[in-house]
Structures are given as C-alpha cells and as structure tokens.
Design a protein. Structure first.
Length: 416
C-alpha cells in the first residue's frame, strides 16, 4: 500500500491499515476470514493513503447501488495505469450511459428476454466437455483439479460461445494461460518474461478477435461474435473494437472466476465429506450448493478500486470525490449481521443474497453461464471421481488476494 501524508481536515485514519496489509500478505491466503472479521469492526475505514475500505454487507450493497459510484479509472483523483494501454475498455470499466448501452447490446445475445435459451442451449456442450475432461482423468492415481480440469474448461466453453473456430482454440488456451500468469506477476520474485508474455498475449488475443469479427460481417451465424457484428438493434450496432472488448471481458473475467469457483468448490466439498454423498443422492442439491459456494468461498474477494463521482456518505462517513474505494466482497459474504452462522458451509441456506457476482449495474452478466458450468462440473466430478481425497490441506494458493483460489489442487483417487 502506497503511503501518503494525511491531509489536514480529512477523516482520521483508522486502525485497519495493519489488518489490510495482513490480508494482502500471502500468509493469509489460505484463510483470510478471521482478518475480514477484524475489518468489519470498522465498516468504512479510511487508510493512510486516502483510500477507503468497506467491509460490511449492508454498506457494500448500498455503495454498489449508488449512482455516485464510478467504475471509470479516470475518475480517481490519483488515476491508476490501465492494464491494456490503447485498447478499448469493456463496459465493466464504464459508467452510464455508455455502460448501459453496451451492456444492453451484449445482453440481447446473452440472455433473457431476447435470447432466453442461450445457457440451456449450451447444456449438451457443457456436459460433453466436462465428461471429456473427466474421461482423461480415469485411472490416474493423482490429479490436479486446476491444471487437469478447471483451467481448460472455461476457455473451451467461451470459445464455443463466441464462435471461435476449433482450429484456433489451442492458441486461445495459450494466451489465457500467459495472461493469467501475468496477473499474478511479482517484480521482486518473478522473471520479467512472465509479464512480457502476458502483454504479448493480450495483444495477440485482441488482434485475433479483431480479425474474427471482421470476417463475420455480412455472415450471420450462431456465435456471439457473429451476432454482435451483424446486429442492428435499438441501440445501433457495436463498433468492432467494442465487440473485441466484450469478447475479452467474457474470456478473461469469465475464465478467472470459473476456475476459482470450481476449484474452491471441490476443495470445500472434500472438506465436508457428507455433502458429496448428498449430492450424489440428490442431484438437485447442486443449485443451492453453488449459491452457497458463491457466498462461502467466492472467486472474487475484493473489488480493489471504485472512485466516487462526488462526496458520498456511507455509514456516517463522508468519502470525498475522487477517493479510491476498496470493496471487500468476501467479507460482506461472511457478515453475521446479514447471514446466520456465516462461517458455516450450509448448502441448505435460505435467503442467500450473496455478493459472489457483485451487485448493482455491474452485476456479473456472465453469472447464469458460470452457475450452470459450475453446477455441471461439480456434479460430474463428485459422481465420477473414485473416492477423491486431498493431498494437501490447505493447498497452495495463487498470489492474488483479489481473485483468490488454489493455484493447484492435488487429489488422490482410487486405492493409491
């Protein structure tokens, strides 16, 4: 955390700075939840650098639905560098009215009311893809749920959704792998090649998607790229650069969240051995089970920045215009003022309005697909793996405290 001298007249800093630094430290990655409980003692906490950390469910939900909150980096008083200089932003980094226009245009081809059967139409493909990956695990005494299953699955699914030719799919797997590695880049310990490969992969991915969009003009087809390239809806037609940005958002953001959700889910099930047996006996349990996973072990723990358009009052604290606001989603999901016995994994939990997909106008627009993909994946893993058990608990985690999940999840199966 960058330190800045406190300016006169501003809200005094609270004692949460040390707690936040401990959350960001890798030693907390396996279990940050006790530290989140410490944070919640001060729902809105000003840090020494002038940023604000919000950690309680009600306050997080209120501010995510506040029209004075921005998602545009340019509205920060101290702007952050963009991850992709020169690239068109996706609507996740935009505010109304541009955000609303682009999201509406994407949703026309991604879900109800215009395309109500998209996710159900993918059911057969999802089941076949999951089955094929599990077929490859048969007879192996030890498997890595991340490398052998959770990592390749979402790339395959999203390439199919976009209409990427099958012969191009291996390149997409390599690009996503390099981009994911670069997100966790640590200049103190990692070779610069790791970062450079990520930068090059982003450029190559943009170029390939741009070429595919250009080829789709005048050739309506089933893939999302084709639909967006040929749609003249009420809001007009998306520019090619906007289609590429939307496809990148689906591919990268969708990949990160689903890998973590499946892996965190399998880890949680193996820690609660009575639940997999219930799932085998009651397949419909998977629907509330995945909702509980989105609360109990979400993929996205932190929204690391949101700026304020103007002064915002949250829990009697005035947050000045342009301040950086950090939203601790996973902390809100364990808030005892909102959820009964929040540290207990309960697949029968009712009234489970979690923050696993955020809230407000930026609620994850790929949520329905992520849910169904995870439901099928966990159901089939539990049904088909042979007496799976953890090799190490806790497993090694990715460095990121924002996108938290195991970097490997080694499991033994069979009699070995």
């Amino acid at each position: 955390m960058h330190q800045h001298r406190q300016e006169e007249g501003q809200t005094p800093t609270t004692g949460t700075a040390g707690t936040l630094q401990r959350i960001f430290d890798y030693s907390a990655r396996a279990d940050p939840y006790p530290l989140y409980a410490e944070l919640r003692k001060t729902p809105v906490a000003r840090q020494e650098d002038g940023s604000y950390v919000i950690s309680t469910y009600r306050e997080i939900t209120d501010i995510l639905n506040d029209p004075h909150l921005s998602s545009d980096l340019r509205n920060l008083s101290r702007p952050l560098p963009s991850a992709e200089e020169g690239a068109t932003s996706s609507f996740i980094h935009m505010d109304p009215p541009e955000h609303d226009r682009l999201r509406r245009m994407a949703m026309r081809h991604f879900g109800p009311p215009h395309t109500p059967g998209l996710v159900t139409g993918l059911e057969g493909f999802l089941t076949a893809t999951v089955g094929s990956l599990i077929d490859n695990l048969a007879g192996k005494e030890q498997i890595d749920v991340v490398d052998d299953f959770a990592f390749p699955l979402p790339v395959t699914v999203i390439c199919n959704l976009l209409g990427v030719p099958r012969e191009d799919e291996p390149r997409f797997h390599l690009w996503v792998n390099d981009i994911m590695n670069s997100i966790d880049y640590n200049p103190e310990t990692d070779p610069k090649e790791k970062l450079d490969k990520g930068v090059q992969a982003r450029k190559d991915l943009r170029q390939c998607l741009g070429e595919l969009v250009e080829q789709r003009h005048g050739r309506p087809g089933d893939g999302l790229l084709s639909r967006l390239a040929n749609d003249d809806g009420p809001d007009g037609r998306m520019a090619d650069a906007e289609i590429v940005a939307t496809a990148r958002l689906l591919l990268i953001a969708g990949h990160e969240t689903i890998v973590n959700l499946i892996t965190n889910g399998m880890l949680t099930l193996l820690r609660h051995p009575q639940v997999p047996q219930r799932l085998r006996d009651e397949p419909d349990l998977v629907v509330p089970l995945v909702e509980e996973l989105l609360r109990y072990e979400p993929s996205v723990h932190i929204i690391p920045w949101r700026p304020a358009y103007s002064d915002i009052t949250v829990a009697d604290t005035v947050i000045p215009k342009g301040s950086r606001i950090m939203l601790m989603l996973a902390s809100g999901n364990r808030d005892p003022d909102r959820f009964h016995d929040p540290d207990r994994f309960d697949p029968d939990r009712r009234d489970n309005q979690h923050l696993g997909f955020g809230s407000g106008i930026h609620l994850c627009f790929g949520g329905p697909l992520a849910r169904r993909e995870t439901q099928i994946a966990l159901t089939e893993l539990v049904r088909r793996l042979d007496r799976p058990r953890l090799v190490a608990d806790p497993p090694p985690y990715r460095p990121s405290p924002v996108l938290r999940g195991p970097i490997h999840l080694d499991i033994k199966q069979g009699d070995g």
